[in-house]
Design a protein around this ligand. Structure first.
Ligand SMILES: NC(=O)C1=CN([C@@H]2O[C@H](COP(=O)(O)OP(=O)(O)OC[C@H]3O[C@@H](n4cnc5c(N)ncnc54)[C@H](O)[C@@H]3O)[C@@H](O)[C@H]2O)C=CC1
Ligand SMILES: O=C(O)C1=N[C@H](C(=O)O)C[C@H](O)C1
Length: 265
């Protein structure tokens, strides 16, 4: 069966890779794209997309109503991603969302909407298999090491901090370790922010520099030892096998799944 897909954000760093993935996959069809510009034109007319036939919409609701795709792949911005995901669910289109910057409350609200509509949805802060394993290993290690800090390193064009991956890693660790305040009880920041942000007592440090793509270290500390779990994405193609799996899987779901770890065998 051919899966008819709409991509939101096709001209972005991730969107371009997703367009290539859909073009290369026999059972995927690019039904349309949602962009901020070029309404009514065809993607084939845009620089760098020669031969890629897909109508461009700037209005997501009109796109879903007219094109009636099976799946939306959203790779945009936190604000647009939330709007597109909600609209997709309302129009019966299954969202596969790579866009990050959703709060736990927003994910909960979208989960309820998906259940109400009895439609599948996947929100995955990281589609790279190695990153999913890093998160799983971190959750395993947290049973044995209760002191942990997360350092995530990304390119300097990233809009959200901390990264969706860092937040998800902290949530997975918080599921298995008792909440605790780390460091010295009397520690004091002499420069605000020196100890990073905190999720359930877990410090998260965000580095933004040109040269990076997407990287994360989870550092555990214990008596006389540390354990570092690190993942590096050097190329955005690292995310595409996860996007493909998510598109195929979302067709069989009736609820929202948050995190690729729930669908990886
Ligand atoms: N889940 C994962 O594995 C990954 C997720 N990401 C996330 O994906 C998102 C996109 O990342 P990048 O491609 O690096 O960003 P980017 O800035 O290169 O691309 C975003 C694209 O979205 C478009 N856009 C913005 N508002 C729009 C709207 N209202 N309608 C349609 N298009 C709109 C922009 O024009 C731009 O082309 C970010 O939230 C990022 O954190 C990035 C890499 C991996
Ligand atoms: O913006 C990015 O680039 C990435 N965003 C995701 C995140 O916030 O975790 C995934 C990956 O780290 C790349």
């Amino acid at each position: 069966m051919t899966i008819r897909i709409v991509i939101a954000g096709p001209r972005g760093r991730m969107g371009r890779e997703a367009v290539a993935l859909v073009q290369q996959t026999d059972h995927f069809e690019l039904a349309a794209v949602i962009d901020r510009r070029y309404d009514g034109q065809n993607l084939a007319e845009i620089d760098g997309f020669s031969g890629v036939n897909a109508p461009i919409y700037t209005d997501a609701a009109r796109c879903f109503a007219e094109v009636k795709p099976d799946v939306l792949i959203d790779l945009t911005t936190p604000e647009a991603g939330k709007r597109h995901t909600e609209l997709a669910l309302r129009y019966g289109v299954r969202p596969v969302v790579g866009t990050t910057g959703f709060t736990p409350e927003e994910i909960e609200r979208l989960t309820k909407l998906a259940e109400e509509k009895e439609i599948g949805a996947i929100i995955a802060p990281n589609f790279a298999v190695g990153a999913v394993l890093m998160m799983k290993f971190a959750r395993m290690a947290a049973k044995y090491f209760t002191d942990v800090e997360i350092i995530e390193l990304h390119h300097d064009q990233k809009l959200d901090a901390p990264s969706g991956t860092a937040l998800k890693t902290a949530q997975l660790i918080a599921e298995v370790r008792p909440s605790k305040k780390q460091g010295h009880p009397n520690e004091k920041e002499t420069l605000a922010g020196a100890r990073g942000a905190e999720y359930d007592g877990i410090p998260i440090h965000s580095v933004r520099l040109p040269g990076f793509v997407a990287h994360q270290e989870v550092i555990f500390g214990g008596n006389g030892q540390t354990l570092t779990i690190r993942h590096d994405s050097f190329d955005r193609r690292s995310f595409m096998s996860g996007v493909k799996l998510a598109v195929e899987t979302v067709m069989h779901l009736h609820t929202l799944v948050y995190g690729l770890e729930h669908i990886l065998e």
